[in-house]
Design a protein around this ligand. Structure first.
Ligand SMILES: CCCCCCCCCCCCC/C=C/[C@@H](O)[C@H](COP(=O)(O)O)NC(=O)CCCCCCCCCCCCCCC
Ligand SMILES: Nc1ncnc2c1ncn2[C@@H]1O[C@H](COP(=O)(O)OP(=O)(O)O)[C@@H](O)[C@H]1O
Ligand SMILES: [Ca+2]
Length: 524
């Protein structure tokens, strides 16, 4: 019976609609919105009855890849279904003669890279058949490797608009529990709480992933905690440049609840907590390059998105005093910094990534399953980074007065700038895009800034240059006149780095996120 029933499934692995003689048939397509979740009632007909539609795609049928099924559960036959612990009426009374039912939750793509959890309930005449469906779907799900079962979650209760806890409890925890994922939750009590806990105390063997609920600053804490812990466990001294860093075995999930959320936005395509929770549940994996920032050979910090000196450093320094304003602080500080129009003198030396096919101006964006990341990382080696100063090619040196020196390890797309600082940057190719904005008039700089908000090329300006690099160094010029604003600080993924002189290298694919890159599909 079971074999007959699922024979078709084996022929079409990964699709529910191919189950065969008891293929789900639509009895009603009316759906109703319940917050983020829609309920819909469908009927399963037993073999041989009213089997009029040819195989393929009967009208109204659902075809869901198994890897996008989130959960399956028995449904109540009295016309009520169980949702998040609360009883809830389904849209229709059970069809006559079909007293058994089960509900499948699966991923539905909605607008702009957003995912939603959709429920469909199938009715069934026979209780044993119903159980076989449930067991078979569960069996298929259990064969999917890479789905997390146990997660360690850190929530920053003060990030963004201060809604991290609420977002987790209302939008994320119910999805995790539906997918039978257990979560140990820590609400942080101070800055660096998550970093320190990961560095020393957390029993990482118990978890398949670490999740942070907050902004880029909170992500940065988890990044530092995990990378340091991994190196310590592997006996690697991260302060010694010549040591190759060991990639982190534990994936990181980001539930966006911050002010910019650019790491989430640039790896998922949107900063939406439900979408990110669903990417975690299906066990996505996206490798990410990590820059190490050193000063006099000692490690200062790691960064994955923006490393910005001058304009973005000054915006961040000013914005820290205005935290009480919430995310709008960046606009206020941005305007103030723009009007101040400070420039900084210094020397940038860098090692161009001549061995990669792409360039920052080639308009080939990094998308889910990016072949360029795959090719370039294989050639370069995971965790690898150019170490010796003399290793790997010809350094270039540029001296000048800069409004901004930025390095974008990924696009840095965010709601403010959907293309980001470097729209063609790759998530996992082992390079970072070094953007130099030379001193120019306010009007010219404004033109450059405004282009971040449109498809226009922000690099196509005489005072801007961009290079894809493996490593770079910045050395500020010392002041000769007292009172000159000689040094800015670095904005390192949204954290202030008070050093001006730095040496930055890219470690190819040092970490992995519960994401898949931005999907290149037409959404409904
Ligand atoms: C005139 C409009 C110009 C818009 C230009 C937008 C460029 C935006 C590029 C943003 C790159 C962001 C990279 C991410 C950095 C984050 O790691 C980091 C931390 O995030 P978290 O708070 O979530 O922890 N965020 C930031 O450092 C914030 C950077 C935001 C910069 C905003 C700049 C606004 C500039 C406004 C200029 C106004 C000029 C108006 C003249 C009339
Ligand atoms: N409980 C806490 N109290 C104060 N600061 C915290 C706490 N937890 C985390 N932080 C710090 O808050 C800063 C901002 O966090 P983040 O989640 O990135 O929000 P935002 O995007 O609004 O900046 C980070 O530097 C982080 O280290
Ligand atoms: Ca990169």
């Amino acid at each position: 019976m079971v074999e007959g029933m699922f024979r078709e499934w084996e022929k079409h692995p990964g699709t529910v609609s191919g189950i065969g003689p008891v293929r789900p048939r639509v009895s009603e397509t009316r759906s109703r919105q319940t917050g983020d979740k829609r309920c819909e009632r469908k009927a399963l007909r037993p073999p041989g009855i009213d089997w009029d539609t040819p195989a393929g795609s009967p009208s109204g049928s659902v075809c869901v890849p198994v890897c996008e099924i989130l959960a399956v559960r028995e449904a109540d036959v009295e016309g009520r279904g169980k949702t998040s612990g609360r009883w809830q009426r389904l849209s229709r009374r059970p069809a006559e003669g079909y007293p058994y039912a089960f509900t499948v939750s699966y991923v539905e793509r909605v607008k702009q890279h957003r995912w939603r959890c959709r429920d469909v309930t199938f009715q069934c005449a026979d209780g044993a058949v119903c159980q076989q469906w449930i067991h078979s779907i569960r069996d298929q799900l259990s064969k999917l490797t890479g789905r997390p079962r146990h997660l360690l979650v850190y929530i920053n209760p003060h990030g963004g608009r201060g809604r991290g806890k609420q977002i987790y409890e209302e939008k994320v925890a119910p999805l995790f529990s539906r997918a039978s994922i257990s979560a140990s939750v820590i609400v942080t009590e101070r800055a660096n709480h998550a970093r320190d806990h990961l560095k020393t105390d957390a029993d990482l063997k118990k978890y398949d992933g670490v999740v942070c609920v907050g902004g880029d600053g909170m992500f940065s804490e988890v990044l530092h905690g995990l990378v340091s812990r991994t190196q310590r466990d592997a006996g690697v001294d991260q302060n010694r440049r010549e040591q190759r860093l060991v990639p982190c075995p534990v994936r990181i999930g980001i539930i966006p609840a911050g002010s910019t959320d650019c790491v989430c936005y640039g790896t998922v395509g949107v900063n939406d907590p439900v979408t990110s929770a669903l990417h975690i549940i299906v066990g996505d994996s996206q490798p990410l390059d990590v820059c190490s920032i050193r000063h006099a050979d000692a490690l200062l910090r790691y960064s994955v998105s923006l490393l910005g000196y001058g304009f973005y450093g000054d915006v961040l320094t000013d914005s820290e005093r205005r935290r009480w304003m919430g995310p709008v602080r960046y606009d206020v500080s941005g305007l103030k910094t723009f009007l101040a129009h400070n420039y900084y003198e210094g020397t940038v030396s860098f090692l161009p990534a001549t061995d990669v096919a792409g360039s920052p101006r080639d308009k080939t964006t990094c998308r889910a399953g990016c072949s360029r990341c795959l090719k370039d990382s294989q050639a370069y080696g995971t965790g690898n980074c150019v170490r010796g100063r003399d290793q790997g090619g010809d350094w270039r040196v540029i001296r000048g007065k800069f409004l901004a020196v930025n390095a974008a390890g990924m696009s840095c797309a965010c709601p403010r700038s959907p293309g980001g600082l470097s729209p063609s940057a790759h998530l996992a190719d082992g390079t970072t895009d070094l953007i130099l904005v030379r001193k120019c008039s306010r009007a010219s700089f404004l033109r450059h800034l405004l282009r971040h908000t449109s498809p226009q090329d922000q690099f196509d300006l005489s005072f801007v240059e961009v290079h894809r690099v493996r490593r770079f160094c910045f050395m500020p010029r010392r002041s000769e006149h007292e009172g000159d604003p000689v040094c800015s600080s670095w904005n390192c993924d949204g954290e202030i780095l008070p050093h001006a002189s730095v040496d930055v290298g890219v470690h190819c694919q040092l970490i992995r996120l519960f994401a898949r890159g931005i999907e290149d599909i037409a959404t409904p």
